[in-house]
Structures are given as structure tokens and as C-alpha cells.
Design a protein around this ligand. Structure first.
Ligand code: ADP
Ligand code: MG
Length: 701
């Protein structure tokens, strides 16, 4: 076959003129033979069965019938006309009906010729009718490729309006197979094909379009999904290898005094197995010659902070400074306090730098950073400012990474001559396989275990009409000594209104929970940060029992005595945000509760979100549902990753295949990093072709 066969522009295909080509291009993005070949069916209909008219059932399933048209008429009805053909076989008669396209259809139909009609039937009185059937002359049907399962291709209204029906598309693809004799270049090596018992590329393409049977269809799907994911992984992993080889890392080969004394004397609890494993993974990374770029995922409350601290101590033991950056002032402050407490009397210098740090203190910090006296800098974006210069930054940690952009990560890179090791931590669980793809160029560690003794949070959904009962519940909990969060949505587009809701809510709560019996804190984004701190502090110390807030408290805040989280207008929050908010409670030994308050009108998606929250405490499961509801498009990073352009694989459903693909991509590059070996030339050719022609790869720098 001509090696450029698949690049042939689509109008060259027999049966596709310029008009059809234009519609195919605008509606389906099909410009070349390859594009058409990769228009994979959405589903298949079983065409091995032929029905007799007297066998038809009123169930409305798709059926295939052989017979003749003996009569055609136009029937006037209230709204427009319908075209009705009387269709008979030796067992009875039925009607074929069209509501549109009469003229064209009438010209096509031949009387008294055997046809195969295919479609969904319904029964009116005693007569079955099949609206808008697919039809084919029996002679053509028998001459065509034998199709056991009929492919149903993606379609649009415009396509069907212009007569490009499923059958037409199917014909085009048949034509493509005729012209190519069904032979397409292989793109996977004999090794991989053998190991996974894959069918060949040509066989897979044939069976995805014209499956001979269920088994071959399944094999074809597997092969094509595997291949697609394999090449995505190949690309991500080679990117990572390039980074690891080109960029030398700071060697942290010592495990020194600080790490050991912390581990032996200051550790306030036993690490979970997951924490131990992750610390080990990070140590291995930082001890190697390569620069670390690692994503640490762990559900809220899984204990990422202490892992971060241990890594920082490792850096300090090797003579380096470290910094920890958090997205909000509240969180940075809390980290600073938490870390200072954990460090106790250890001789480690730690400072906090935020937008509101006083000038004199700030200057002092700058000085100590430059002369190397300061070991740990905790802060917000302020850390990124150019004025902040380290003597030797060895490790930079970013908490709640989804709040920061790539640009900020790269700024940290440049804070040292040799880029520091970078650890990004997130509690927004990204389904494992998605993470693998999105951050295929990062290494991923997961803390998949909560510290012992945590009771699962009880989550319920309550309508606003039940508010009084909810308030009574709050009072009971406060009596037991617990503290309560009440969170209001705050969304940019409706900010003014949302603030009003918040203030109204606050007032009504203040009425129902009067002073001096109850003390209420309020924290929102419009407050001065010193006021915020003051209120947070009061709540943290237990001086107030209720904290009314916007989502500023979403990330990281850790107040173990707070055991009830009430989320107002919960239907307006996304799933991951709800889960984050819920994670603010359940941090102590007491039973915690999350109450999702909503109005009575809920969309289907909102219902699913609420039900998911009520059912599950598992961040990864929630992330999966979120992914299904919103699609990967909304998830951070997917836009740039090319994952949206997958033709056949589904990163959510084809999770298992993705792992297999990733494994094989890694093995391949391990054995043959430049794909130079003769047995891998097939892969190399396919890969470079993809890199050249496909727009999905070109985000790679
Ligand atoms: P997150 O992963 O959400 O940042 P944190 O690091 O804030 O979680 O930890 C949540 C709470 O769990 C903290 O109070 C912390 O002290 C505690 N914690 C962390 N690890 C353990 C452990 N192994 N055993 C008991 N408590 C732990
Ligand atoms: Mg945290």
C-alpha cells in the first residue's frame, strides 16, 4: 500500500464528492482517509437475525425484515404529511413511514423489489409500522460485506438532513476497506502483540467497523484502546525521561541528625503504612541524581503535612533550605503553627511570610534566607516574589496544588541555580489513572489510608424547610462541647448576592443562637486578614462555637474539635468542593456530621452529587463520579494533555487498559529509550507519524 494512503484527502474516496466532503469536515472533523477510518462506531446492532412480519413483537426493539413494497401513498395529517409504504412478506404486512424527506425517498423507492429494512417498530392497532427505516435492496445487501453487527456511527442532525445516514457512512468505510484491501500498517511491535495476544491492526480496524462476532469485536476494541493509550503514555514517559536525564538534581544522600531525631523523639504518633511508604518514595527520589517532581495525593486528613515536614528535614540535613507554599493566608499560618509545634525544641529556624507580614519582619526574613540561617520558609504567593532569594533552596513544597498554576511551579524552579526538588501535594483526589495521564510526567505518590481511629463522617441531605430541626441538632452538639462550621457559597459571578446571603444567614443564626450563650465567628474574603486571623483564632481556641464562613475555609484548616459541617445551598457546590469542605470535620475522635442544606428544586446532576456525598466518604470514589458528571474537560490539566481527543479509549472506563498501556510504554522505553532496536521500528514509525500529523501532540514543548 502507498505509505501515504491514509493521508489521502477524503474527497478522493469513491462516493464522497466535494459537498459531502465539506459536511464530513465541518460535522465530524473528517478530512483524510485516516480520519474516516478512525470514526469508530458508538454501538452495534445485531444483524444476524431476520424477522418475519408475523413474528414482530410490540416491544419496540430494532429488527430486520426482508420483504417488498407493494404500495406507496402520502397521508395528510394535522401537522404535515407522512409518506406510508405498505411492506409485505409471505407472513403478513406492515408499514414503513417517513415524516420528512418525502420527495427524495419517493424517488428512491422501488416497488415490488425485495428489500431488507431495518429499524424500530411500533404497533398501531393491529398494524406494525417502522418509521424512517434503513433500507437496502436485498441484492445489494447480499453483495455487501457480511455484517453480523451493524455499526452505528456518531451522527449529527445536519448529517442526516443532508442524507449522510449511518448507511452512507458505513458504505464509505466499506469503500475505504475495498481500496486498501483491508491492509493497514501495523503500529505495535511483535513483542507487545505477542505478549498481550493482540489481534493485528488490520484485523482490529476491520472488526471495529464490521465485527464478525462479539469476541472479535471485544478484541478489536481492546487492541485499539490499548494502542491509543499506549502512545499517549509513550509520549508522557519519554518527556519524563528527558527531564530526568537532562536535569541534574540535588543529591540528598544523607539521612542526618534532624530527620533521625525527629523520627525517634518528636513524632507525635505512629506513621500509617501509607505515610511510611510515601516518605520512602520521596527519599529515593531525592537521593537519586535526578530532580524530583512528585505529586503527593492524599485525601483530606490523610496526614500529608507530617510527610512534608520529614522531607524538609531531609533537605536540611543535606545542607539545604526548604519552603512550603500554601494558597491562603489562613492555611499558611496554620502550617506555620503546626510545623513549629511539631518541631518543638529542635534547632530549626522556621518563618512565615505572607502578604501581611510586617516590613521589618519581612526584611529580617529576606536577610536570613540569603545568609542561609533560615531553614524553613512557610508562606503564600509572597514566597514567589523576586525579592525572596534563598541561599540554597533544595526542596520546594506546594500544598493544595490545584490552587496554583504551572507558572508558579516554574517560578519555584528558578529559585535556585540547580532546580530544587519539587513536591506538590493535593487533597483533591484525582482518580489514579487520570493522574497517571495528566501528570504522566510527574511521579505520583498516594496516601490511601487515614490515620487510625477516625470515625467516618455521617453525611445527610436536608431541605431548607427542615432548618429548625437542623438548628436543634446544632444546639445539642454544642451542648456536648462540639463546634460547628456553617459554610455559604461564594461564586465570583454572583458575588454581591452571595455576600448578601452570607450576611443574612449570619444574622438569622445570630438570632437563633443568641449571645452570651453562643459565640459566633465569621470569616470571609472581604475581611482584613488580621480580622480573619483573629476570628479563626477564637474559633480554634474554642472561644466561639459556630464559624460562619465562605469557602475560604475549604482547604486545609484543621480544628479537631469541630465536628459538624453545615453546607448551605449545597446544590451550588461541585463534588470535589463539597468533599473538601466535609474534610474540615472528622479530624478528632468524636463522631462528625456533614449536613447538606438545599432548596427543594434540584437538577438531576445536583441530586447525583448530593447522593454521592451521602453515600461515600471516599475521595477517590467521589472524584470518579465527579469525572463522570463533568467529564475530564473540566478537570485541571486535561485541556493540555491531549486526553480529550481520545478516539476510542475512555480514561475513566478504560482504567485497566490504561495501566497496562503505561506499563508497556515504560518497559519499552526502559529497554530501548530511543526506539532504535529493529524490532521497535514499527512503533517508532507510528509514533513519529503521530507526532507529525496530529494536533493533539503539539502541546509538547
Ligand atoms: P492533610 O493530608 O489533609 O493535610 P494533615 O496533615 O493536616 O492532613 O493531618 C490531619 C490530622 O491527622 C492532623 O491533626 C495530624 O496531626 C493527624 N495525623 C496525621 N498523621 C497521623 C497518624 N499517622 N496518626 C495519627 N494522626 C495523624
Ligand atoms: Mg493539608
Amino acid at each position: 500500500m502507498n505509505p501515504n494512503f491514509l493521508q489521502t484527502p477524503i474527497p478522493y474516496l469513491k462516493g464522497v464528492g466535494p459537498n459531502r466532503a465539506e459536511i464530513l469536515r465541518t460535522e465530524l472533523g473528517i478530512e483524510t482517509y485516516r480520519d474516516l477510518l478512525q470514526l469508530f462506531p458508538n454501538r452495534y446492532l445485531d444483524k444476524t437475525q431476520y424477522y418475519k412480519i408475523n413474528q414482530l413483537q410490540p416491544s419496540g426493539a430494532d429488527v430486520q425484515v426482508v420483504g417488498k413494497i407493494i404500495h406507496i401513498k402520502t397521508v395528510e395529517q394535522k401537522r404535515g404529511k407522512r409518506l406510508v409504504a405498505k411492506f409485505v412478506d409471505e407472513t403478513g404486512e406492515m408499514e414503513l413511514v417517513w415524516f420528512r424527506g418525502h420527495k427524495w425517498i419517493r424517488e428512491q423507492l422501488k416497488l415490488n423489489e425485495p428489500y431488507v429494512v431495518f429499524g424500530r417498530t411500533s404497533r398501531y392497532g393491529s398494524v406494525f409500522s417502522m418509521p424512517h427505516p434503513e433500507m437496502e435492496l436485498l441484492s445489494e445487501h447480499q453483495a455487501g460485506l457480511k455484517i453480523a453487527m451493524q455499526p452505528i456511527y456518531p451522527s449529527t442532525e445536519k448529517l442526516s438532513a443532508k442524507g449522510i445516514t449511518n448507511r452512507v457512512i458505513s458504505k464509505m468505510i466499506q469503500q475505504l476497506f475495498l481500496e486498501s484491501k483491508g491492509q493497514f500498517p501495523e503500529s505495535l511491535s511483535t513483542n507487545i502483540i505477542g505478549e498481550l495476544k493482540l489481534i493485528s491492526k488490520s484485523e482490529a480496524l476491520f472488526n471495529i467497523h464490521f465485527p464478525k462476532n462479539q469476541d472479535l469485536l471485544a478484541k478489536a476494541k481492546f487492541r485499539l484502546k490499548f494502542e491509543e493509550l499506549f502512545f499517549v503514555q509513550l509520549q508522557l514517559i519519554s518527556k519524563k525521561i528527558v527531564r530526568k536525564q537532562k536535569i541534574k538534581g540535588l543529591p540528598f544522600d544523607k539521612v542526618g541528625e534532624n530527620f533521625n531525631s525527629f523520627f525517634n523523639q518528636h513524632l507525635p504518633f505512629e506513621l500509617t503504612d501509607a505515610q511510611k511508604r510515601v516518605v520512602k518514595e520521596i527519599r529515593n527520589d531525592m537521593g537519586s541524581n535526578a530532580q524530583m517532581n512528585r505529586l503527593l495525593q492524599g485525601d483530606v486528613g490523610s496526614g500529608k503535612t507530617i510527610v512534608a515536614l520529614m522531607c524538609m528535614l531531609l533537605a536540611i540535613d543535606n545542607g539545604f533550605q526548604t519552603c512550603l507554599m500554601a494558597p491562603t493566608e489562613i492555611l499558611a499560618t496554620q502550617h506555620f503553627n503546626g510545623l513549629s509545634e511539631l518541631l518543638g525544641d529542635m534547632k530549626i529556624n522556621i518563618s512565615l511570610l505572607t502578604g501581611s507580614t510586617k516590613k521589618s519582619i519581612r526584611n529580617n526574613i529576606h536577610e536570613q534566607l540569603e545568609n542561609g540561617e533560615l531553614h524553613i520558609l512557610v508562606g503564600t504567593h509572597a514566597v514567589l516574589e523576586d525579592k525572596v532569594q534563598f541561599k540554597n533552596l533544595g526542596l520546594a513544597i506546594i500544598d493544595e496544588q490545584h490552587r496554583f498554576g504551572v507558572a508558579q511551579r516554574s517560578k519555584l524552579w528558578h529559585k535556585n541555580e540547580i532546580p530544587p526538588h519539587i513536591l506538590v501535594m493535593t487533597a483533591t483526589p484525582i482518580p489514579r489513572t487520570l493522574a497517571m495521564s495528566l501528570y504522566g510526567d510527574l511521579d505520583v505518590s498516594v496516601i490511601d489510608e487515614l490515620p487510625p481511629g477516625r470515625k467516618p463522617i455521617k453525611t445527610v441531605h436536608r431541605f431548607d424547610s427542615n432548618r429548625l430541626k437542623v438548628f436543634q441538632f446544632i444546639k445539642d452538639e454544642i451542648k456536648k462541647g462540639r463546634q460547628i462550621y456553617i459554610v455559604y457559597p461564594l461564586i465570583k459571578e454572583s458575588e454581591a448576592l452571595d455576600y448578601k446571603d452570607l450576611m443574612d444567614g449570619y444574622e438569622s443564626i445570630a438570632r437563633d443562637f443568641p449571645m452570651p450563650e453562643y459565640q459566633i465567628s465569621i470569616v470571609h474574603g472581604k475581611m482584613k486578614s488580621s480580622d480573619k486571623d483573629y476570628e479563626m483564632e477564637r474559633f480554634a481556641k474554642g472561644e466561639t462555637q459556630i464559624m460562619v464562613a465562605t469557602t475560604v475555609i475549604e482547604v486545609g484548616v484543621n480544628i479537631p474539635n469541630a465536628s459538624v459541617m453545615i453546607i448551605e445551598s449545597a446544590e451550588r457546590f461541585g463534588l470535589s468542593q463539597l468533599h473538601q469542605l466535609r474534610g474540615r470535620v472528622g479530624r478528632g475522635a468524636e463522631q462528625s456530621f456533614c449536613i447538606l442544606m438545599t432548596g427543594s428544586k434540584l437538577s438531576e446532576d445536583a441530586k447525583t452529587r448530593l447522593q454521592t456525598m451521602v453515600r461515600s466518604n471516599d475521595g477517590f470514589e467521589i472524584a470518579e463520579v465527579d469525572l463522570k458528571l463533568r467529564g475530564p474537560g473540566d478537570l485541571m490539566g486535561t485541556q493540555q494533555s491531549g486526553l480529550l481527543n481520545l478516539k476510542i479509549a475512555d480514561i475513566v472506563k478504560d482504567n485497566q487498559i490504561l495501566q497496562t498501556a503505561r506499563y508497556h510504554a515504560i518497559q519499552l522505553l526502559k529497554n530501548d529509550p530511543k526506539l532504535e532496536k529493529p524490532e521497535n521500528s514499527v512503533v517508532r514509525m507510528a509514533y513519529s507519524k503521530m507526532m507529525q500529523q496530529s494536533n493533539i501532540w503539539n502541546y509538547i514543548s
